[in-house]
Write a protein that binds this ligand. Structure first.
Ligand code: SAM
Length: 280
């Protein structure tokens, strides 16, 4: 059957290159090119953008991104077995696909790309959250990317978009919502992947804000939320004792009742608290 780009279907690519999935690399591949093209479209107009894709594997999403018109795609893949399959894609799209074999955690992707840059990836579960936290935590804002369109385990996706007073609410929600607008844009059942993982997945699209929603120092906000959520069931007057001084007065000064718990406090109040701590 014809594919979107005239290259062989992904099952054939996997067979030809003997790409038996490795669990330790988080390899759950998407083999339906209609689905990968749909995920690429979720990222928005790619024609005037460079795209960073982490973990292309046999290249299903890469092919979707290129077929949907991405100006240039930079892929970083840890597994050397996948490189020949990716080189075949590069030959079909001359000058538009750059392949790096290595660890995404060690790559300075921004230095290799021209803006505007979108990040689109079906992330390996073992490094997905760490990469997201890094992309959301640069010292200087705005970051190198304009949007992130990322596949996660459903539970991680829910933590990113969670609101106060819900089970999934915590530091990841605060970090993601402080300087970006995250939305779950697609749900996928385990059968969408080969091999099928044990859990459901979801695609989250995050659009960066040009400035933080509320002012705060990133390091102070991170410290305060770490303390508060490390003991999320405790009252803030006790979980934040490590801040020193009169914690109750500090909390009351920004409108927080000292007996409240971290999971009840919204982003605006955490930012106010971080500003009060910084001003002491
Ligand atoms: N994008 C492909 C797809 O959708 O079918 C594969 C996604 S699979 C969930 C994750 C991919 O990330 C695998 O190909 C794996 O080898 C790769 N990977 C795992 N750890 C990595 C790392 N630290 N840096 C770069 N790639 C990594």
């Amino acid at each position: 059957m014809a594919t979107i780009d005239g290259l062989p279907p992904l099952r054939e690519v996997i067979r030809a290159h003997d790409l038996v999935a490795k669990k330790q690399l988080g390899q759950n591949f998407l083999l339906d090119l209609n689905l990968t093209a749909k995920i690429a479209r979720m990222a928005g107009d790619l024609s005037a953008c460079d795209v960073l894709e982490v973990g292309p594997g046999p290249g299903g999403l890469t092919r979707g991104l290129l077929a949907e018109g991405a100006r240039r795609v930079l892929v970083v893949e840890k597994d050397p077995r996948c490189i020949p399959a990716l080189e075949e894609i590069a030959a079909t799209y001359p000058g538009r696909l750059e392949i790096v074999q290595g660890d995404a955690l060690e790559l300075d992707a921004a230095a290799r790309l021209n803006g505007p840059i979108r990040v689109v990836s079906n992330l390996p579960y073992n490094v997905g959250t760490e990469l997201l936290i890094r992309w959301l935590s640069p010292a200087v804002w705005p970051p190198f990317w304009t949007s992130l369109t990322l596949m996660f385990q459903k539970e991680v996706a829910e933590r990113i978009v969670a609101r106060p007073r819900t089970d999934h609410y915590g530091r990841l929600a605060l970090l993601a919502q402080w300087r970006a607008e995250p939305k779950i844009v697609m749900h996928l059942p385990p059968e969408a992947f080969t091999p099928a993982p044990k859990v459901h997945s979801a695609v989250v699209h995050l659009t960066r804000l040009e400035a933080p929603r509320f002012p705060a120092d990133a390091a102070v906000l991170s410290r305060v939320t770490a303390m508060a959520f490390n003991q999320r069931r405790k009252m803030l007057r006790s979980s934040l004792k490590g801040l020193g001084g009169n914690v109750e007065a500090l909390l009351e000064g920004v409108g927080i009742v000292p007996t409240q718990r971290a999971e009840e406090i919204g982003l605006e109040q955490f930012c106010a608290l971080a500003r009060a701590v910084a001003a002491r």
